[in-house]
Design a protein around this ligand. Sequence first.
Ligand SMILES: NC(=O)C1=CN([C@@H]2O[C@H](COP(=O)(O)OP(=O)(O)OC[C@H]3O[C@@H](n4cnc5c(N)ncnc54)[C@H](O)[C@@H]3O)[C@@H](O)[C@H]2O)[C@@H](O)CC1
Ligand SMILES: [K+]
Length: 518
Amino acid sequence: MIRAHSVETVRAAEAAAMAELPEGELMARAARGLADVATARLTDSGGTTVVGLVGAGDNGGDTLYAVAHLAEAGYACAVVLLPAAGRDGVHAGGLEAADGAGVMVHLVAEGPEALAQVVAEADLVLDGIVGIGGRPGLRPEAARLVDAVDDDAWVLAVDLASGLDPAGESGEDDAVWADETVTFGTPKPVHLLPAGEAATGRLTVVDIGIEVDEVPAAVERLEWDDVAALWPVPGRGDDKYSRGVLGLVAGSEAYPGAAVLGATAAAEAGVGMLRLVATPTPVGLVHQAVPEAVVGDGRVQAWAVGPGLDTEATDADAVAQLDVARAALGSELPVVVDAGGLALVAGRREAPTVLTPHAGELARLLTRLGTTGGQRGSGSASSSPAADELPAGRPVTADDVRADPLGHARRLAALTGATVLLKGATTLVVTEGHAVRSQADAPPWLATAGAGDVLTGIVGTLLASGLEPHDAAALGALVHGVTADRVSNGGPLRALAVAHGIRPTVRDLLARGRSAPA
Ligand SMILES: NC(=O)C1=CN([C@@H]2O[C@H](COP(=O)(O)OP(=O)(O)OC[C@H]3O[C@@H](n4cnc5c(N)ncnc54)[C@H](O)[C@@H]3O)[C@@H](O)[C@H]2O)[C@@H](O)CC1
Ligand SMILES: [K+]
């Protein structure tokens, strides 16, 4: 599992380590690690020139020392000191090291055009403008330099891409877009959350000897090697009932195919037994596609409610199906609720619950449950309201959610007591009292009709086997994403193919776990 720690945790761990170490040792380790990564990238690309963008804080200090190492190794190195105070405005020891190594030192006073030329010549740019002490956004002089970076240069962010919110809570348009981020000791939330992940690029963690293993993480991400420990594997004493019976309330005359996708996914994920509650057309289709499924209400260990459910339908079959859906939501059994089922969510449920909205569904649900949006922003991510600013009495929009996905997911989790799995390029799993889980396993090709029905089948299977909602949601998102990646193999995919890919994916992930060292 990848674990990211809050800025406060990192600062405390750094302070504890510093108390035991000679002065400057942590920064020396950070700079050495940074220079090693930079050297490896320059070796790969054949690059020879390095420019460091240096801000006022210790992030700039790391950068100055690292550039000094690179100059000593023979690379042509320059730094641009961004503070208005020039040489007096940056880390003194770092500047001394850079001077001693023969690094060219430029000041903002030289003017934007001359500096843009310096930056444009770099094969590798070290972004040391701000780190965990930074406020979101870039100042104009920094933004101009960042714009001047050559498209082919490798942009290496020091600790985090400058301009991002270190906590990853608020999105920011004006930030460095890094090819790679070298962070120290432990990842920070911004590296794993939607607000910062894209601008972070590849994430490399350098060990500087700070201890955070015992401290709760702020954000977690399940990795392939975590699957074996979590996935329900039957034992010799198990039967189909003890492994978990899933009740799937899905499909309608309007959307019959969703039931096939959900049922196929559950069968492929290895559900002990599947009961389908649907109207005649989806029942007929599921009989063909998933002969293992049993039709009709009955005893189950968990429910999956909603794929292709038509809550507007009024014929007798649909009304009977909706009655079962409502009874499932009113029961004390675990439920995963998706798509049409979300319209039936009335508020808090005490039993284990996973809600799986996308941005639009989350917005509608929050609006219906009484949450309102803030002032409409000007359209840019950074000007949209945060989830806890709720004055204006207008509906929450999908754009509000996209501007602050974590805040809105947290709000729904607080209102319902449920685990909220918010779908997106990065899927968030939010449960009160737990570290946020963030999964980014899927290729963009998975943004296709029916993909959500497949996810519901997987998560339902995991709930029926007894997994906690937080684990079921994150593990389901991981397996869904990894399966999609394999099925896509760089090209288009269809949801049914993803459903059919679950079995070999789970088998291979379990085999990985068996061969991984304990
Ligand atoms: N504390 C430690 O033990 C270690 C810290 N390290 C480095 O130190 C960094 C944190 O250093 P600092 O606390 O000095 O903070 P930063 O270097 O992140 O930045 C703070 C400085 O930048 C200014 N600033 C804030 N937002 C700005 C913005 N948007 N535009 C321009 N200037 C802005 C502030 O006024 C302040 O002077 C880490 O990210 C890491 O790179 C490493 O050396 C490892 C050890
Ligand atoms: K930085």
